[in-house]
Write a protein that binds this ligand. Structure first.
Ligand code: ADP
Ligand code: MG
Length: 537
């Protein structure tokens, strides 16, 4: 679509749905980026998704570079059984080779050293630091407890995501890390897996004695803590690994009781954890992993001093910091927390996740409610479950009621003034599909994995473009496609320049009013991208 044409907001939404602004999509690297096959379409011989490509070596239909790797590794394993000698097979990352060695994990290719740089560049992994450990291709390649590998399989994690490929081995070498990667790229598991491996190793050698926590994860919102703890429980099931959730809104006494009875991991918000540590003597001597998730948000919300206070109570732990967006403040913080930090970045974290189609609509403030009702009543445009982001707590309550009245949809609202139990219950009802829409302030914008959400509506533009990236990112999980509908008008002019840059990079349509605004001047408006046909990767 050309910039600056005269389409109304309504047409803009319709034309974006047709998707004809896309050209030259890159070959899918990962299996999860591929869609399901329609009945008449070719299927990937490895995973059954849409077989968009043909494997040059075998002529089989495959969905992505990842499945091609698996297919060729299987083939190599069948035709050339592993012996004591290492053997090389050609795998599809350019001309690089992998080695099949007779290690503890038969038929698992490990990377030939000279090809690691090529692999990193294919997967968009950048590393900075001294002696950065090599990435892994398989969870079983780095000595994780068998039960943990089993739990990963049960959770449906067939292969590590790119960020996990690099972070897990680096973390398991006890290095401190500063990691930035796209939203929904699997950062949570990338720190939980090494934590669980460490805890179960320590506990299985320590039958008695001190049972103080071994790791602490701090995150900026209660909901995110809840989700990180849930994921930790799933991945650590059946291992000597217990968790405590330390967030405001839940009774402090219960949290203390749980920690007193012995836990391996504490997941909490900085404020409540400080509160707990002041009121109760917790033995932190054995904490040797300290994680700051969504670290830029922790800093923006003024948690710096509290995070530092907690850090100072620990004995020089390994520090891991994660975010989808990084700033100089974060860099400064990382330098004050650890030496010899490895910096890892995957994808283009300061831009919205590529799997989310951004549809920006120019809507005057008075018309916003009418517009959202229209969208939600339209079978073509509304995709539930959906999250609506607003800027104020009162706004969240009022809008959720108004949507229910106007559309008859089941809607809940979540914001910081609601009691924790209420927030937890609303989130559960939403995640289990009982209600189809949640209207939220920024509390759900950060790090939350909102399962199955395919549409977010930014009813109010957030305060910064970083926050925009995070909120838009909620519409996609692990590369699956989603849509973000964004309402803008002149009141959001402070973000126009950055927003236009972001939309341009994504090849998304730019509304005429935004393109022509005097607040957008200085940004060159280039053309979009083309759709790609079936090809050989
Ligand atoms: P991030 O923290 O990068 O925003 P999350 O850690 O919340 O993303 O992960 C997004 C989703 O991907 C979660 O539902 C998680 O269960 C899933 N996931 C993580 N790692 C894998 C993997 N290796 N294979 C499949 N799914 C994964
Ligand atoms: Mg996260």
């Amino acid at each position: 679509m050309e910039q600056g044409d005269n389409q109304s907001a309504e047409n803009l939404l319709v034309s974006s749905d047709n998707g004809n602004e896309l050209e030259d999509l890159p070959v899918k690297e990962r299996c999860f980026e591929q869609r399901e096959a329609l009945p008449e379409e070719p299927r990937c011989v490895v995973c059954g998704r849409y077989g968009e490509y043909i494997c040059d070596q075998t002529d089989d239909d495959i969905c992505s570079v990842e499945c091609k790797t698996i297919l060729l590794a299987r083939l190599a394993a069948k035709t050339k059984p592993a012996t004591k000698e290492a053997k090389c097979v050609n795998l599809p990352f350019g001309d690089e080779s992998f080695c099949i060695t007779d290690n503890n994990f038969p038929n698992i290719p490990t990377l030939v050293a000279s090809r690691i740089t090529a692999l990193r560049s294919k997967l968009d992994i950048c590393v900075k630091g001294e002696a950065v450990p090599d990435p892994i291709m398989f969870f079983s390649s780095c000595g994780l407890p068998e039960k943990l590998v089993c739990n990963l399989e049960t959770a449906g994690y067939c292969m590590p995501t790119p960020v996990q490929m690099q972070v897990i081995p680096a973390s398991m070498s006890n290095r401190s890390l500063l990691v930035s990667a796209d939203t929904g790229s699997g950062k949570t598991a990338s720190f939980l897996i090494p934590i669980i491996a460490h805890c179960s190793r320590v506990r299985s050698h320590q039958c008695t004695g001190k049972l103080g926590p071994l790791a602490i994860v701090l995150a900026p919102t209660r909901e995110l803590c809840l989700q990180v703890e849930e994921q930790a429980k799933v991945l650590g099931k059946g291992l000597p690994f217990k968790t405590a959730l330390v967030v405001g809104g839940d009774p402090l006494a219960q949290q203390i009781y749980r920690i007193e009875n012995g836990v391996e991991l504490i997941v909490g918000t900085p404020g409540r954890l400080i509160d707990l540590l002041m009121k109760h003597n917790v033995d932190l001597d054995n904490v040797c992993i300290f994680v700051l998730d969504e670290v830029d948000c922790l800093l923006e919300r003024g948690f710096r001093d509290q995070a530092m206070q907690i850090f100072q109570a620990l004995s020089q732990p390994q520090v891991m910091m994660f975010s989808a967006t990084l700033h100089s403040e974060v860099e400064k913080m990382s330098n004050s927390l650890a030496k010899n930090v490895i910096r890892i970045s995957c994808g283009n974290p300061s831009r919205p996740n590529k799997s989310v189609k951004q549809v920006v609509i120019w809507v005057e403030s008075k018309q916003k409610k009418q517009k959202i009702f229209e969208i939600m009543k339209s079978k073509q445009h509304f995709k539930s479950p959906a999250v609506v982001f607003v800027s104020s707590r009162v706004g969240a309550d009022l809008l959720s009621e108004a949507i229910t009245v106007a559309t008859g949809l089941e809607v809940v609202s979540i914001h910081g003034e609601k009691r924790m139990n209420e927030r937890r219950e609303s989130l559960t009802r939403f995640l289990t599909g009982e209600v189809s829409v949640v209207v939220s302030t920024g509390v759900l914008g950060r790090g939350m994995d909102l399962l199955k959400v395919r549409q977010v509506i930014l009813f109010d533009m957030p305060n910064s473009i970083d926050e925009y990236v995070h909120q838009v990112g909620r519409a996609s999980r692990m590369g699956e496609e989603g849509m973000a509908i964004v309402f803008v008008n002149e009141e959001d002019r402070r973000l126009f320049k950055e927003l236009v840059q972001v939309l341009k990079t994504a090849g998304a349509p730019i509304p005429r009013e935004l393109a022509n605004s005097k607040y957008t001047t200085g940004v060159s408006l280039g053309s979009g991208r083309k759709r790609k046909s079936r090809s050989r990767p």
